[in-house]
Design a binder for this molecule. Structure first.
Ligand SMILES: [Zn+2]
Length: 261
């Protein structure tokens, strides 16, 4: 399965503590051109530097575990904005090209849309600052909270497209998230078109966010190659594969096989 675009790997696939040897293995495989670094990894700053040293293109996945940019707590909200800015500046020092923003999270869904304007404001602000640094800010599609308690933004195709348009940023499509949300890849590209500048590629069972290698689940990305070829896609394709299920060696071997298949 060869897919149009530039192949990247999320270094999450090597676990929480990627080593220098892991970066060497990625760079040496000659199919993977870039890596995305999770800023919540303990040595994320070192990882960004190491990727650049190995001649890999580099992007980041901005922090989302604790730092909610639309938190009701103004200290948390300010801290989230500040840390995102710091990460953008650090990335720019190593020639980084994109940063993925994980939207926002309202702790109550009772007034579910109340935080959307704040998220647009924060995203637009970060997008402008990223642009000045030569970095594309990309908003990722997420999976709705099926308990109905909280509002995870963006959790529908319409909401995601509106946020991207209102904030003026790009979009990163997570194929596992769209599949688990029941959103078809055709609908994503019909709605967002050229705003999709990067893709997080993984497979799952259509329900859970398993981050499997393509073809190891329900083959939720079966249509992707044809869609991307049809629109002349030349963006980034980042394999975002779970380190809980595969070794880095297996991931690299499969990516290499995909590229020649
Ligand atoms: Zn993702």
């Amino acid at each position: 399965m060869s897919i149009p675009g530039t192949v990247w790997l999320s270094m999450w696939g090597a676990g929480e503590h990627p080593s220098d040897a892991d970066f060497t293995a990625v760079a040496d495989c000659e199919v993977i051109r870039g890596v995305e670094i999770w800023t919540e990894h303990p040595r994320a700053e070192w990882e960004i530097e190491k990727a650049a040293q190995h001649g890999l293109q580099v992007g980041i996945h901005l922090p989302f575990h604790d730092l909610n940019p639309v938190s009701d707590d103004p200290v948390v909200a300010e801290r989230a904005l500040q840390r995102n800015r710091e990460w953008l500046r650090h990335l720019s020092r190593f020639g980084g090209v994109h940063a993925v923003l994980h939207g926002g999270y309202a702790a109550s869904a009772a007034d579910r849309d109340a935080k959307l304007p704040r998220l647009v404001e924060v995203t637009a602000q970060l997008n402008a600052e990223a642009g000045e640094l030569g970095i594309a800010l990309l908003l990722e599609n997420l999976i709705p909270d099926t308990l109905g308690y909280s509002h995870i933004m963006a959790s529908s195709l319409a909401e995601w497209a509106t946020l991207v348009a209102d904030a003026g940023c790009g979009a990163v499509l997570d194929t596992g998230h769209s599949a688990a949300s029941g959103i078809s890849l055709h609908d994503v590209f019909d709605t967002l078109g050229p705003s999709v500048r990067a893709i997080h590629l993984s497979d799952n069972d259509g329900t859970s966010d398993l981050h499997l290698l393509p073809g190891d689940g329900n083959d939720v990305t079966a249509d992707l190659g044809g869609i991307l070829a049809g629109i002349g896609y030349d963006g980034v394709i980042t394999y975002e594969i779970s380190p809980l299920r595969y070794s880095l060696d297996t991931i690299i071997a499969r990516i290499t096989a995909d590229a020649s298949g």
